[in-house]
Write a protein that binds this ligand. Structure first.
Ligand SMILES: [Zn+2]
Ligand SMILES: [Zn+2]
Length: 263
């Protein structure tokens, strides 16, 4: 399995992806908004795009579909409940469905509501697990819930699915928001040295060769995975004095999400 992350350089800071089978050259395009870059890279590599996946229904993820259909005739995959929101879905995905591309690519569909209620992440089981997480999980952050989602569902997705993946899982999000997200982590937890160090690197980074994090790193630098951290909880209490003595992880997550909305 070969993974190419494509930096679009657009105002929304989208990342698009090609995932190809090295044996057959068949490829999946994930959220190919910048269809010209996706098609150009596939051509350079000699790959045939046979499938397109939309992680969810927002226009900055589906906006390239028409041009991609016209150029490739590829089949479209998306959450099965997105059928009335995304035109032209060929295959609706639910939890546990497996997407096969060529001979070597197998991706498990995870049903991950929260950012929207019809959002899938794809988990690659290969030599190295990899997660294509759309707008659910970002480097050092979490998706917002203002475009058809619910924070409680996002918390459940984080707690019951994402946090349980293998620590070595590579994280491939739908946008580059890492610098702002790290600044939010540091606002909540100023003594987080890992976040300070990563921010020094990412502020200077070339986004065509962006840092690829792992779940282990996210657990260090992503405040939405640090719900038991004493500094995070103490500083949250300064903002929300109604928090009870023993505050549960769900409440911490929801209050962090609320703060991030206006940060
Ligand atoms: Zn979105
Ligand atoms: Zn997006």
């Amino acid at each position: 399995m070969i993974i190419e992350q494509i930096w679009t350089g657009n105002a929304y800071r989208n990342f698009n992806y090609l995932v190809a089978c090295e044996e057959t050259g068949e490829a999946l395009a994930i959220d190919p908004l910048d269809h010209q870059k996706c098609l150009g890279l596939a051509k350079d590599r000699g790959w045939t795009i046979t499938h397109i996946l939309n992680t969810h229904e927002h226009g900055d993820h589906t906006g390239g579909n028409g041009a991609m259909f016209a150029a490739t005739g590829a089949k479209l995959l998306a959450h099965k409940n997105a059928k009335d929101k995304i035109p032209g879905i060929d295959i609706g995905l639910g939890a546990g469905d497996v997407v096969k591309i060529g001979k070597s690519v197998e991706l498990e569909s995870l049903d991950t509501p929260g950012h929207t209620m019809s959002h899938v992440c794809l988990l690659a089981h290969g030599d190295r697990p990899a997660l294509f997480c759309g707008d659910t999980l970002f480097n050092a952050g979490a998706g917002h819930c203002k475009g058809g989602g619910h924070p409680e569902d996002l918390y459940n997705t984080f707690a019951t699915q994402l946090a349980k993946l293998s620590d070595e899982t590579l994280i491939y999000p739908g946008h580059d928001y890492i610098d702002n997200n790290l600044r939010f982590t540091l606002d909540r937890e100023p003594d987080n040295e890992a976040a300070q160090q990563i921010l020094q690197k990412t502020e200077m980074q070339d986004l065509d060769k962006a840092l690829i994090s792992t779940l282990a790193l996210e657990k260090e630098i992503n405040t939405f995975f640090r719900l038991q951290n004493p500094t995070v909880i103490a500083r949250l209490r300064e903002k929300f004095d109604e928090l009870p003595e023993q505050v549960d992880a769900r409440t911490v997550f929801l209050k962090l999400r609320e703060l991030r909305n206006n940060w």
